[in-house]
Design a binder for this molecule. Structure first.
Ligand code: HEC
Length: 198
């Protein structure tokens, strides 16, 4: 009698197991029971789906008032900059001329932001970082830079030197030329101050 009960219980167990297998999910890729799934499966909204969280009911929100497009600033967007990059082996004079006051002004801004820290305000090689152990660069107004072509100066700014870092990523090509325009002005002043002798 006890054995019959046991067998019936086992049979019931098998039937229950098979029944659950039939109604339950058939994939082995996925857990069929999850406890506290909230953290694994958080509430989320697609970009264009309705959204009760925001007052306007949209998920994708407009930019805050006063936001400027990145290409508002011509110099920041990099648009039209490829025209300012000389081809490999090409010698090119500075596309900006000494009489161009706007280019000179911008060149001074660029020089003072990116070159002055090492080369100094007058290009003498006495920038503030040299007082903190950074190797003193040669004078840009007395040394070899006076006789360098515009293209070579452009390449030095673009690629850097031994101890000078490359500035291709920080200064857009047209601004490199403008800083060279200002550098030539520093050289002109130095030459004038030294009685015309470089
Ligand atoms: C982090 C310091 C640093 C900054 C910033 C820097 N330079 Fe230099 N530069 C040097 C050093 C050091 C040298 C010496 C040669 C070398 O190691 O490349 C040098 C060399 C040069 C030379 C060659 C001079 C020669 O006689 O051989 C030129 C030209 C020059 N720099 C221009 C610039 C211009 C223009 C800028 C700004 C766009 C600039 N540098 C920014 C450190 C700097």
């Amino acid at each position: 009698m006890r054995r019959v009960v046991l067998n019936l219980a086992l049979l019931a167990g098998i039937v229950l197991f098979l029944a659950l297998r039939m109604v339950g999910p058939s994939t082995t890729q996925q857990r069929n029971i999850e406890f506290f799934p909230d953290m694994a499966r958080g509430l989320r909204f697609n970009s264009f789906s309705a959204n009760p969280v925001f007052e306007n009911g949209a998920t994708l929100q407009p930019p805050v008032p006063g936001t400027l497009r990145i290409d508002t600033f011509e110099w920041r967007s990099g648009r039209g900059e490829s025209d300012y990059v000389p081809a490999i082996g090409e010698e090119r004079d500075n596309p900006f001329q000494a009489g161009d006051a706007a280019a000179m002004e911008r060149g001074q801004v660029v020089y003072e932001a990116w070159c002055l820290p090492c080369h100094g305000a007058t290009g003498a090689g006495d920038g503030p970082v040299t007082t903190r152990g950074y190797p003193e660069p040669p004078s840009l107004t007395l040394g070899g830079a006076v006789d360098m072509s515009d293209t070579l100066l452009f390449q030095i700014i673009t690629l850097g030197g031994f101890e000078m870092p490359a500035y291709a990523a920080q200064i857009v090509p047209s601004d490199r030329w403008r800083s060279i325009l200002y550098l030539r002005e520093l050289q002109r002043r130095e030459a004038a101050g030294a009685g015309g002798q470089p």
